[in-house]
Design a protein around this ligand. Sequence first.
Ligand SMILES: [Zn+2]
Length: 119
Amino acid sequence: MYNRSNHARMEKIQEKLDAGFMSKHYPEVESIVIDMMYNQRGIAKPIHRIINFSPGSYAFFKIDCLSRDCDDGGFDLSHVINGMIRNHKETATGELTCESDQPPNDHSDIEYDIQIKFS
Ligand SMILES: [Zn+2]
């Protein structure tokens, strides 16, 4: 039986495995911290989340949308983080909206604050 949601999840896991380790791609990076506020549509209270990356983490910077039914959306911070590493920039802030343009209507937005420590 074809289950769309499971299929999307498996693809995401595969993408993560394919990304490889931080130590391989970014040997000069000691740590990355993503400090973010989630604003989910229809929910008044923002949610605070901190994600830590170390050299043993997967170099995979896609973050899931808060909506339980959101398969194809989320937030891709890869280009932001790649740019920071290239320019040896230690901090960056910004906002992103869920990439999905599909229903449901409870997709989320994030405000992020990224800190990178170079060795
Ligand atoms: Zn979404």
